[in-house]
Design a protein around this ligand. Structure first.
Ligand SMILES: Nc1ncnc2c1ncn2[C@@H]1O[C@H](COP(=O)(O)OP(=O)(O)O)[C@@H](O)[C@H]1O
Ligand SMILES: [Mg+2]
Length: 237
């Protein structure tokens, strides 16, 4: 039996102002185990990105609970939450989110320095080497291909050795081959470090590579391969 690493209970969130508010997450209950690779799919606008932002502690719930590594992160102050996030959760976005006027090395090292990590530049160099960018340390994002930029973003996310890696359409801006290489890298890192990976994707091939698939529709969980598996096991037992 594996340990639960992320747990959402009756998670509810409405975004926007009164004139144009959207009930984005509707009473979501979800448990993710340590070491799982979860692929979240669903139509555009269904709440996938918002769900990831809640899991990452970047968006707060209106009501309900979110526990990560047994910490009720909805109860943390902004400072404590930022600190918790920095130590436990890595995040990768579709559009890389690198800082344009920093080199690849600085993009990975500076966040570590800001978190008071010793040897930030040494760690950053190793992480970049480990994603195949040892020869690109002093390149700026604009001098790198999309796939290379996403590798920098992955190195940055992995540098603090997070227990959870969250990725919002990490291959969405890449061609098929590059996207596959980035997916290979994510799964390799997940295996190597025993991390929990939660990713959103439109790519059914990528979702199928995850150990568990969850479908989100209209802010609710409309399908979960894990739950379906459990039900089948119960029925056949
Ligand atoms: N800051 C916001 N203010 C108002 N509505 C928002 C905001 N962010 C997202 N939404 C709405 O919430 C819904 C879910 O968005 P999102 O989580 O980005 O969906 P997905 O990632 O599945 O495409 C959409 O209808 C979107 O327009
Ligand atoms: Mg989205």
């Amino acid at each position: 039996m594996r340990n639960t690493i992320i747990e959402l209970k009756s998670a509810d969130l409405t975004l926007g102002n009164a004139a144009a508010s959207v009930h984005v997450l509707r009473s979501i209950d979800l448990k993710i185990d340590e070491g799982e690779a979860v692929g979240i799919v669903g139509p555009s606008g269904s709440g996938k990105s918002t769900l990831l932002m809640v899991l990452a502690g970047l968006e707060r719930l209106d009501s309900g609970e979110i526990n990560v590594r047994d910490t009720p992160i909805h109860t943390l102050s902004e400072d404590r939450l930022a600190d918790f996030r920095g130590r436990n959760i890595g995040i990768v976005f579709q559009s890389f989110h690198l800082i344009a006027n920093m080199t690849a090395l600085e993009n990975v090292a500076i966040p570590l320095e800001l978190a008071n990590v010793k040897n930030a530049f040494d760690i950053a160099r190793k992480e970049l080497q480990a994603v195949g960018l040892g020869e690109r340390l002093s390149h700026y994002p604009g001098q790198l291909s999309g796939g290379e930029q996403q590798r920098v973003a992955i190195a940055r996310a992995l540098a603090p050795s997070p227990a959870v890696l969250i990725a919002d359409e990490p291959t969405g801006n890449l061609d098929t081959d590059t996207g596959r290489q980035i997916a290979d890298l994510l799964f390799a890192k997940q295996q190597e470090r025993g991390m929990t990976l939660v990713l959103v994707t439109h790519d059914t091939t990528l979702a199928a590579r995850c150990s568990r698939q969850i479908r989100v529709a209209s802010g609710q969980i409309a399908g979960d391969s894990h739950a379906e598996q459990a039900r089948l096991t119960t029925v056949s037992a």
